[in-house]
Each structure stands twice: as structure tokens, then as C-alpha cells.
Design a protein around this ligand. Structure first.
Ligand code: GLU
Length: 428
């Protein structure tokens, strides 16, 4: 059995943040069940490589401000690294390290030929104008030009970044290379080589695994009462998919707070309001509740699609859902995981539940490299195959070893990377 003593704590100093310690603690819980060598544990316990860059931005008023930017590449064992770029006041080296680590497990679990990466700029994106965001994105991309590449590290959208951000990244990289390089990023507009169904993929994938999990629990999704935290690219799409599948969406929330209707919300109407007003603020067809209250509502399925650190030691004992599905990365802390496991509430973990995004990112990259385009139905069917295959493998490991779904997903993922690492051996 692998020993974690081979990793002196000092090796982790650079990454020392609560989120990385959480990713690390999850790894430590899973490793004893994965039956891998100490060499594997030692190599996968911390990221392979990271860069910190200073990103100068000329503000619209002419002044210059400098923002810290990061890119962490966790593992290159299975292929180029892959993962999003986020703009958020919380972005740090340690946060990117945790998110890059989870991307490695996510890609390995879905059997995509990638390792994990994550990056971002520490800024408040809501305080920046569209032209400032464009300049920030182009300069950040230029600073990373030696780190990223279609065969080395392929960025994608994450919190507060979108198709437009990816278009600026693609254009900046392409201008520096002297020719169009669509395969440098995924999640870009269809007009420049993006894939149909990429924007919906994460939310749709969340619902695909929720449906499979409900089936395993002996129930269908139709008629199930669902609560969705987050109404952006993941939560908004998940709410629509749930609604279309006949589930009853009783509550949703965004940064402006939550809306609750015991009888079920009109999801298309919520979208119409959010599109017109930019958020759910002012929506009055339902009871207004706080995000904290939303997490404690009685329901069959609770989808966490906002951000990390939502279910903690302080509120996990108040959760009244029968199933938790993680659309966001890292929304459940180690303490909350233990409480939910103790209470018999299964959690479909982030690295499985939200893997639809990176899976269709992989389809996008394959289409770009082959200069070909697949149709919507083909992509949806390929995604559904990959998500159900991964869910079934995780479920089998959980049943065989008596583990939580998170531990089982990590065990399955670690084994995939370990097999590749053992086959490749240590260079030189
Ligand atoms: N940012 C997304 C995630 O956390 C997608 C990454 C990608 O498509 O590369 O999975």
C-alpha cells in the first residue's frame, strides 16, 4: 500500500490554502483504497508546474493597474493539460492548484487524454468594463504564450469567463503565431471553431448523472423536487434540463439570492427575467429566500452549481435533500462530506457530476484538430455515453469497497493516471 509519509509537508508550502488542503485531504482519503505505488502517490500529490504573472491593465480612465495572474498544470501524464480560466477576487496560486488537481481526476475519470490545469486573474470582473476585460484577457494570454498550446495546455471558460473571453484568447494567440489556431482554447464561439452543445454541456451533464443516480436509488427523475443553487452557465442549464425532464424545480438562486415556490417554479420565465435584468433580482413569482435558506430546503435533489465551500461543517447537518449533485467545483468541504456520509445522503462529486463541460471541450478540440464538425445530437449522445460509463464505474467501485461516491470517483481516477504513470516510468 502507498505511504503518504513519502510526501514531507514542506513540499506543499507553496499551495497552502484551504482549498488545496481540501483537495489534498480528499486525495489522502482515497489513496489507501487505490492500491498504487508510493512513487505514484508522491508524483500526483502536488502540481507539476505553475506560473505567476503580473498583468498590467490600462483602465478606461488612462490609469494603469496590475493584477496577479496564475496558471497551474497539475499532471502531464495522460496528455496536454486542460482546464478553465477564472476571473474572481478569490483567485490564488493555492486555489488554482486545487482546481487543477481536480481537473486531473475529472479528465482521467472520463478517460479523456488530458491532465488537469487551472488559471485565472485575481480581479473583480464586475468592476471592469467590457473593453477593460478584453485588454486584460489579451495581456494575460500574451503573458502565458510560452505555457499554453494546443499540445501542451488548452484553456477554457470558468467563473466569469465565457465564449467572448475564449475568442479574445484565441485571437491573441493566433496573432502571435501568425495563423488561426482554433484548437488553442475550447468553449469559443461556433463561428471560430467552437462546438455546438459546449455551452450547455456542463449543466446537461449534471442532469445526466442526477438521472442515473436517481435510477440507482430506485426512482426516476420525473416528479422529483429539485433545488438548484446557481443560475449561471451550469445551474441555469441544469434547471432547464430538469424542468424539461419533468422534475419540479422548487427553488433556484444566484448572487442576488434565491426564489422558492413549493408548487414548482416556471423555469423559462426565470430565464426570461434573468436575461432581461441580468440576474434574478426583482423576480416576484415566488418567495424570496437567502442562499443559506435555499441549501436547507426539503427536496429530493440539491444541485450545487454556484461556487466552492457551500456545504460546510456549519450547515451540512441541516441539509434536507435525499441526494446532492455537485455542478460547481469543490462546493462540499471535507467536514460536510463526513456529516452527509454519516447521515446517508449520497453526494455525486464534482469530478463526475460537472465533467460534461470538459468532455465536450475534448470533443471541440478533436473537431478542431480534424477540421470537422459534429452535429448536436451526435455530441449529446457521445456525452451521455461517457457520463453514464463514468457513473457506472464509480458506482461499482463504491459498492465493491464500501466507499462514498467521492472516494470511489477519486480511486477510479487515480488508478487511471497511475496505470499511465507506471507504464511510462520515470524519466530519465
Ligand atoms: N472550467 C470547466 C471545469 O471546471 C471546464 C474546463 C474545460 O472545459 O477545459 O470543468
Amino acid at each position: 500500500m502507498a505511504s503518504l509519509e513519502a510526501s514531507p509537508l514542506e513540499r506543499g508550502l507553496e499551495w497552502d490554502t484551504p482549498l488545496f488542503l481540501m483537495a489534498r485531504a480528499q486525495f489522502e482519503q482515497a489513496v489507501p483504497h487505490a492500491d498504487v505505488s508510493p512513487m505514484v502517490v508522491e508524483r500526483l500529490g502536488f502540481p507539476e508546474r505553475a506560473v505567476i504573472v503580473a498583468v498590467p491593465l490600462r483602465r478606461d480612465d488612462g490609469s494603469v493597474e496590475i493584477f496577479p495572474g496564475y496558471r497551474v498544470q497539475h499532471s502531464t501524464v495522460l496528455g496536454p493539460t486542460k482546464g478553465g480560466v477564472r476571473y474572481d477576487p478569490e483567485v490564488s496560486l493555492g486555489e488554482c492548484a486545487a482546481l487543477a488537481t481536480w481537473m486531473t481526476w475529472k479528465c482521467a475519470l472520463l478517460r479523456l487524454p488530458y491532465g488537469g490545469a487551472k488559471g485565472g486573474v485575481r480581479c473583480d470582473p464586475r468592476a471592469l468594463s467590457p473593453r477593460e476585460l478584453e485588454r486584460l484577457t489579451r495581456r494575460f494570454t500574451s503573458e502565458l504564450v510560452r505555457e499554453i498550446g494546443p499540445q501542451t495546455d488548452i484553456p477554457a471558460p470558468d467563473m466569469a469567463t465565457n465564449e467572448q473571453t475564449m475568442a479574445w484568447m484565441m485571437d491573441t494567440y493566433s496573432m502571435q503565431k501568425g495563423h488561426a489556431v482554433p484548437e488553442i482554447v475550447t468553449g469559443k464561439p461556433i463561428s471560430i471553431g467552437g462546438s455546438v452543445f459546449r455551452r450547455e454541456a456542463t449543466g446537461a451533464g449534471v442532469v445526466m448523472v442526477a438521472e442515473r443516480a436517481c435510477a440507482r436509488l430506485g426512482r426516476g427523475l420525473a416528479g422529483r423536487r429539485c433545488v438548484v443553487q446557481g443560475f449561471g452557465n451550469v445551474g441555469g442549464v441544469a434547471a432547464s434540463e430538469l424542468h424539461e425532464k419533468g422534475a419540479v424545480v422548487v427553488a433556484v438562486s444566484d448572487v442576488s439570492g434565491g426564489v422558492y415556490d413549493e408548487g414548482g417554479l416556471d423555469v423559462p420565465d426565470l430565464h426570461a427575467h434573468a436575461t432581461e435584468h441580468g440576474s434574478l433580482e426583482g423576480y416576484d413569482r415566488g418567495e424570496r429566500i437567502t442562499n443559506e435558506e435555499l441549501l436547507e430546503l426539503p427536496c429530493d435533489v440539491l444541485v450545487l452549481a454556484a461556487r466552492e465551500d457551500q456545504l460546510t461543517g456549519a450547515n451540512a447537518d441541516k441539509v434536507r435533500a435525499s441526494l446532492v449533485v455537485e455542478g460547481a467545483n469543490g462546493p462540499t468541504t471535507i467536514e460536510a462530506d463526513a456529516i452527509l456520509a454519516e447521515r446517508g445522503i449520497p453526494v455525486v462529486p464534482d469530478i463526475l457530476a460537472n465533467a460534461g463541460g470538459v468532455t465536450v471541450s475534448y470533443f471541440e478540440w478533436v473537431q478542431d484538430l480534424g477540421r470537422l464538425f459534429w452535429g448536436r445530437e451526435e455530441i449529446r449522445a457521445r456525452l451521455a455515453d461517457k457520463m453514464s460509463d463514468a457513473f457506472d464505474r464509480v458506482y461499482a467501485v463504491a459498492a465493491e469497497k464500501g466507499l462514498t461516491l467521492r472516494q470511489a470517483a477519486l480511486v477510479a481516477a487515480i488508478r487511471e493516471v497511475a496505470a499511465a504513470l507506471e507504464a511510462r516510468g520515470l524519466y530519465p
